[in-house]
Design a binder for this molecule. Structure first.
Ligand SMILES: Nc1nc2c(ncn2[C@@H]2O[C@H](COP(=O)(O)OP(=O)(O)OP(=O)(O)O)[C@@H](O)[C@H]2O)c(=O)[nH]1
Ligand SMILES: [Mg+2]
Ligand SMILES: [Zn+2]
Length: 346
């Protein structure tokens, strides 16, 4: 079947993928992963939607071994045989595992960070999510959801913007507020991923944008915690163009390779710190500290400084744990080789 370039463009296909595809195959087809169920994936191709098994000898798979929503696969004879390189990928630390990363979504242009209103805003959580989003290679947008529950939306917007380092912050709700702006942002061929705790209204938002009730949504428990209604990541094509990935709510977003994103979120602090008298200033008791001078006029500077340090420490611990694991693996490999040498020697 001849392929349909216009259809592929609407799915986010581009020149980067086309040249990777040309390098990888001469006769495969292109498939965009909308859902992963173990070793079987649902893909959108230029001819429609289909389910294909992953070949056991699939190539191009990253170290963590996973295929995720938003990945592009080469499909040959009914099997996914190759994973095309990702132009961006949102990573988090896998739940309960100190040294494993998990790819939440690949080839994304936008990360929609959802924060529900009606409860006190957790600014530190926004900073954390922004750091992760920026490290993905995609651009973050902060969505303050359930804006109907806020006593003062303007104040919430102001507070969120104060930590968002120039990122757009939009108040939305299920009655339609903010949706026009989201539709404007989600141009044809762009892929966005929704992240945030359970119950922030992610699936509700996708249903509003898509104009149908395809995704299940759930009541929030009386204690304000969500119920983890969504159990699968799923990519949905929007009627007005654009693609959006709904994800299950996560209690905490563990950092993974977020150093670059941390620098981005706290870029203003780094700029101020450049004016400290000492280059290695810890902003504690040193004379000529520009950060403490700034904090005297604006106490939020200290909270952000502490937040930055906390994220940096977490990233350092993770890097150290991974180094230790890599060293342990190397030692095991050397032992294994030494053993097989001994066995072979007469
Ligand atoms: N007041 C109000 N409630 C909303 C709004 N959007 C969603 N809800 C309600 O919030 C609850 C949770 O919504 P979901 O869309 O299931 O939340 P979710 O983020 O997808 O949750 P998980 O799938 O568990 O991660 C549902 O009862 C929705 O009806 C809103 O704008 N305002
Ligand atoms: Mg959901
Ligand atoms: Zn200083």
């Amino acid at each position: 079947m001849p392929h349909d370039p216009r259809r592929l463009t609407a799915l986010g296909w581009n020149g980067f993928l086309e040249s990777a595809f040309a390098d990888a195959t001469s006769d495969g087809r292109r498939g965009l992963v909308v859902r992963v169920d173990g070793r079987v994936v649902t893909v959108l191709t230029d001819a429609g939607q289909e389910r294909v098994p992953l070949s056991t000898t699939m190539s191009g798979v990253p170290d963590d071994g996973s295929v995720t929503t938003g990945d592009w696969l080469v499909i040959d004879a009914g099997l996914a045989v190759h994973l095309l390189p990702r132009r961006s990928v949102l990573m988090r630390r896998a739940a309960g595992v100190a040294t494993a990363g998990q790819a939440v979504a690949a080839n994304i242009d936008l990360v929609f960070i959802t924060v529900a209103l009606g409860v006190p805003l957790r600014l530190r959580r926004i900073e954390r999510a922004l750091a992760m989003a920026w490290s993905s290679g995609a651009a973050p947008v902060v969505l303050l959801t359930k804006s109907d529950l806020s006593l003062d939306v303007d104040e919430d917007l102001r507070a969120a913007r104060s930590v968002a380092a120039g990122t757009e912050v939009i108040a939305v709700n299920s009655s339609g507020a903010g949706l026009a702006r989201l539709r404007e942002i989600l141009l044809e061929g762009l892929v966005a991923v929704l992240v945030g705790p359970s119950g922030t209204g992610k699936s509700t938002l996708v249903n509003r944008l898509s104009g149908n009730e395809a995704l299940a949504t759930g009541e929030v428990r009386a204690d304000g915690k969500g119920r983890h209604t969504t159990t699968h990541r799923e990519l949905i094509e929007l009627p007005g163009g654009g693609l959006i990935i709904d994800t299950p709510g996560t209690r905490e977003l563990g950092l993974w390779d977020a150093a670059a994103g941390i620098d981005e979120v706290f870029g203003d602090l780094t700029e101020v710190a450049a004016h400290c008298r000492f280059r290695n200033c810890k902003h504690e008791q040193e004379p000529g500290c520009a950060v403490r001078a700034a904090a005297a006029g604006d106490p939020s500077v200290l909270a952000r400084l502490e937040s930055k340090r906390k994220l940096e420490r977490e990233q350092e611990r993770l890097d150290n744990a991974r180094d230790l694991r890599a060293q342990a693996e190397q030692r095991r490999e050397l032992r294994r080789r030494a053993r097989s040498m001994r066995q072979r020697s007469p």
